[in-house]
Design a protein around this ligand. Structure first.
Ligand code: ZN
Ligand code: ZN
Length: 282
């Protein structure tokens, strides 16, 4: 009896006073609103237990990607994701892809993105977004990196394009997932991870919480998408990586999971997908 219990998988027990091993898998530290204070944001995140940060460039010009890589190079557990945001898909051409491939030679670049489709804002044409998504999927395959996908009100077409192009061998994630349970099932079937943001804490997100409850534990990620999507109770202020703890709490609550064990699982998921070595548990 005793022996059998030892062999059972039991949740990790946190030492008293220890913080969960958190990761923010998606934030925009080179955003003009965050860049100047990146040092203090990172310090605050560390104090909140955030051990790894993935900073995403992609918004605006290639300079945002360059700035993001430069920030990643300054900190040990900070990595960069580079690409062209769907809002800027109009400027996604072969030359830009070549520049990204060159920048991706830096070892701190762990994924290509965020690419994808946004049919809510439609800041660039649907055709340009589709083409840009295809180019990113091919680039991720060529560079042997995972892909990070933005998807807003475009779940069917994104799943269709990923299906047509084929998932890059290193896989990928839908960041800030806001789709239905059926969308989640389709993305999971394609092999994608699903990342949940501070939206999980919003009062009107009951359906999303119900979907998050059902996602297999080994496909879960969490993120802030800072400076956007500030979680409760900080709405109205700029978001920052430290607040990822609020999304972890919301996810743990809805899944009836022990927060530290869930955080450890998410760290392992992210390390597996993005190929970094997880920091040692203290
Ligand atoms: Zn996005
Ligand atoms: Zn983003």
């Amino acid at each position: 009896m005793e022996k059998r219990r030892e062999n059972e998988q039991r949740p990790a027990v946190m030492p008293a006073g220890a913080l969960p091993q958190l990761i923010d898998t998606h934030c925009h530290l080179a955003d003009p609103r965050l860049q100047a204070s990146a040092g203090s944001l990172i310090a605050r995140a560390e104090a909140a237990g955030v051990r790894v940060i993935l900073a995403v460039g992609a918004i605006g010009s290639i300079q945002t990607d360059r700035d993001t890589v430069a920030i990643a190079e300054q900190y040990r557990n900070l990595y960069a994701v580079i690409g062209v945001h769907p809002h800027d898909a109009g400027s996604c051409d072969r030359e830009r892809m070549d520049e990204l491939a060159e920048l991706a030679r830096c070892a701190k670049v762990v994924a290509i993105g965020e690419t994808g489709m946004d049919l809510h804002y439609r800041n660039s044409s649907r055709a340009a977004q589709e083409e840009a998504l295809r180019l990113h999927l091919r680039l991720a395959r060529r560079l042997s990196l995972p892909v990070v996908i933005h998807c807003r009100e475009a779940e069917s077409i994104v799943a269709q394009i990923v299906g047509e192009e084929g998932m890059p061998p290193r896989g990928g994630a839908i960041h800030c997932f806001t789709g239905s349970s059926a969308d989640a099932a389709r993305f999971l079937e394609l092999g994608l991870y699903l990342s949940f943001s501070g939206i999980l804490t919003f009062k009107n997100a009951a359906a999303l919480r119900e979907t998050a409850r059902l996602i297999p534990e080994d496909r879960l990620l969490i993120e802030t998408d800072a400076p956007y999507l500030t979680p409760e109770p900080h709405r109205g202020h700029l978001n920052e990586p430290a607040y990822v703890q609020l999304t972890l709490s919301a996810l743990a609550r809805v899944r009836n999971a022990e927060p530290a064990a869930l955080a450890a699982r998410i760290m392992t998921n992210a390390a597996t997908l993005f190929g970094f070595s997880p920091p040692p548990v203290n």
